[in-house]
Design a binder for this molecule. Structure first.
Ligand code: SF4
Length: 285
């Protein structure tokens, strides 16, 4: 049996933004913060298999957790062969945090992902309810601090393509070009059918279902220890177990989880809640 190469851990369910394309808006499960003991237990469980990437967030902004830098150091120490997947909306960045992230030095392929979901003031603020100048100030701070680092990050700026942002794609590319950072226009996810958007979903309507990577190689631990199969399963519908009762490896090896993966391999999406309504499996998850 092969084991997951990527583990995502929801240390906190909080965000500084309120993006309209985010599945968090449809979250009905209780919100909370993972205890430090449970976080340590999850990292210890990860050491039982050769995990390549650990992402210390699922839903929300990782820097809302004021233990985040300590958590990253802990991951680095306990899982020295793993790299850290890093996405932030940037709003809580400071010079100290950027510098410390550079010192930790294990961001996956040296990439710093910065979410900027709107290419100009109007679209960004409509989408997020956050002032545009706040986001640009943080992006400019990141660029400025980065130029002073011994080993600079590769800065990737992400914008989701959907009805609110679609007309700002050229503005988005231009502002990234001006700052010398990479622009990534990302696919809209409907979070297993929880949210819909005509423009965002249009490119995928006629595509065939594909076997998605998330179903076969990723595992997701929610703040209360529940283990689910996908970051798009924001309500934990496909919960496979809880790390308070079992190890991550035991949960991955369970009959229920094996059946889930086999159904995917057999293309039987219609039998799997969340996945059957998901658009992301049209582009491989
Ligand atoms: S089909 Fe969609 S919801 Fe299911 S695991 Fe794949 S990406 Fe996630």
């Amino acid at each position: 049996m092969s084991y997951p190469s990527l583990v995502q851990i929801e240390t906190i369910v909080e965000c500084t933004s309120n993006c309209k394309m985010c599945g968090m808006r449809k979250m009905t499960r209780s919100r909370g913060t993972m205890s430090w003991d449970l976080f340590q237990k999850v990292i210890h469980d990860c050491s039982e298999f050769d995990v390549s990437i650990v992402c210390p967030f699922i839903n929300g902004e990782p820097l809302c957790d004021d233990r985040m830098i300590s958590m990253l150091w802990y991951i680095k120490r306990e899982l020295p062969r793993a790299s850290i997947g890093w996405f932030t909306n940037g709003l809580l960045l400071s010079k100290r945090i950027i510098t410390e992230l550079a010192q930790i030095g294990t961001l996956e392929r040296g990439i710093f992902n910065f979410g900027l979901h709107g290419g100009n003031s109007e679209t960004y603020t409509q989408n997020t309810k956050v002032p545009w100048k706040d986001a640009l100030e943080k992006l400019d701070l990141l660029v400025a601090v980065n130029t002073q680092l011994d080993t600079p990050f590769e800065i990737h700026v992400q914008m989701c393509d959907f009805s609110l942002t679609h007309d700002s794609i050229e503005d988005f590319r231009e502002l990234c070009h001006q700052r010398g950072v990479q622009a990534h226009v990302c696919c809209f996810s409907n979070f297993g059918g929880l949210i819909h958007d005509e423009i965002g979903e249009a490119p995928f309507r006629d595509l065939e279902y594909m076997l998605c990577a998330r179903s076969q190689t990723h595992i997701y631990v929610l703040w209360d220890g529940s283990v689910t199969t996908c970051c798009f399963d924001v309500n934990g519908v496909n919960t496979m177990g809880n790390v308070k009762e079992h190890t991550l490896r035991e949960i991955w090896e369970s009959d229920r989880y094996q059946t889930f993966r086999q159904l995917h391999c057999d293309g039987r999406f219609s039998e799997i809640p969340v996945c059957r309504d998901c658009n992301s499996n049209r582009f491989g998850g």
